[in-house]
Design a protein around this ligand. Structure first.
Ligand code: ASN
Ligand code: ZN
Length: 382
């Protein structure tokens, strides 16, 4: 799908065959041919005497797309996001290609999936799709592994929609990273036989996914590949910018900040802040926080992140104001010494000046203070 590309292989000795094993990245990238069965144990690592690989047609070359796409996904995560393989521990990346379900009565395997430790790719039905080994799909599937080892977003409801969306987002980033000359916001377009892709991040409605929270095409049953459209469109607007009116009737204008900054913000949200049951409101709150961390309060990135969420119907436009607010872990203690944790929930802040009411102070974002004598204390945060 991507023309002629350099790949890394392995030759155990001379004159042995070259094998589709890349031992130069992390603990390795190994690509298997399932030989049109659904039997992982029978799968083989392709090997040949010369190191020029071309099986002559797009179907057979799916093995090479998967190998190269996995290498590029590994490089994108390491170089751009400082994340080593799917688990950030460099663990081996295994791909199983030509995985065919005829044995189970499903000949048209129009799917690819991550099962918790490896990728599997079907060959498509030959009518709507060729093999599912495009660059963006490989990035999508491996990102499911990244998500499992970071936020671990539960694969249902809004957390499931976010999980799916992060896979579409970073799948698109992999395509842009490795093949900038032939990038599109469509997911799976390279392998389409009928002109239809799977999804479009720049126009989710085209594939009956919502571009507005609770808007048209929002699925009340919360199918994860549908409601992912909201964060997908957020990411597209954040990268490229745009103006319009959303399904809630709100007019919006978003200045694009480019894919590098947008990806850094989305990844910090995924890897530092979001957790198993995070929802769209959390995605907004913590992507804004991630942008503050990376680019500073009131930066253009913070403004665009906020306004892009407003554009997709999650929260208000950026408010040009600084707001100080916090909550204590408790309002009273019955014994001394008494630790109280203060968690700030400020907006647009970058520095903190606390006075705990007993003479103690702190400049931490969310400090803990120990009270050592009985009394009422008024705490202030500037
Ligand atoms: N290809 C699909 C995906 O990665 C498989 C699934 O439905 N989980 O989302
Ligand atoms: Zn997925």
């Amino acid at each position: 799908y991507s023309g002629s590309r350099p790949i890394t292989t392995y030759r155990p000795n001379t004159p042995a065959d070259f094998e589709l094993r890349d031992l130069s990245r992390g603990s390795g990238i190994v690509t298997y041919d399932c030989l049109n069965t659904a039997d992982y144990d029978a799968a083989q690592v392709p090997a040949q005497a010369t190191n020029d690989w071309d099986y002559g047609n797009v179907q057979a070359n799916a093995i090479l797309d998967a190998h190269w796409g996995t290498e590029m996904t590994y490089d994108f995560y390491l170089n751009d996001l400082n994340w080593d393989s799917y688990d950030n521990a460099g663990t081996e990346l295994l791909s199983y290609v030509h995985f065919n379900l005829i044995d189970y009565g499903y000949p048209n395997n129009n799917n690819a999936f991550w099962d918790g430790s490896r990728m599997t790719y079907g060959d498509g039905d030959g009518v709507t799709f060729n093999p599912l080994t495009t660059l963006d799909v490989t990035g999508h599937e491996i990102t499911h592994g990244v998500t499992e080892y970071s936020a671990a977003l539960e694969y249902s409801g809004e957390s499931g929609a976010l999980n799916e969306s992060f896979s579409d987002i970073f799948g698109s980033c992999v395509e842009k990273y490795a093949r900038p000359e032939d990038f599109s916001w469509l997911l799976g377009s390279d392998m389409s036989l009928d002109g239809e892709a799977f999804r479009d991040l720049s126009d989710p409605n085209l594939y009956e996914c919502p571009d507005t929270y609770l808007g048209e095409y929002w699925d009340p049953f919360e199918e994860v590949h549908t409601n992912s459209g909201v964060q997908n469109f957020w990411f597209y607007l954040l990268c490229d910018g745009g103006t319009g009116t959303n399904d809630g009737g709100d007019a919006y204008t978003v200045q694009g900040i480019g894919m590098d900054d947008a990806a850094a913000i989305a990844f910090r949200n995924l890897s530092v802040y979001l957790t198993v049951f995070s929802d769209y409101a959390d995605a907004r709150t913590y992507s804004i926080q991630a942008a503050v961390d990376l680019f500073g309060a009131c930066s253009e990135q913070v403004i665009s992140v906020t306004n892009a969420w407003h554009a997709v119907g999650v929260g208000n436009v950026f408010a040009d104001a600084v707001i100080a607010q916090f909550t204590p872990s408790t309002y009273y203690r019955c014994s001394l010494p008494a630790d109280v944790q203060f968690t700030n929930s400020c907006l647009n802040t970058s520095a903190y000046q606390w006075a705990f009411g007993d003479g103690g102070t702190s400049t931490l974002a969310s400090p803990t203070h120990t009270y050592t004598s009985v009394g009422n204390y008024v705490v202030s945060l500037i």
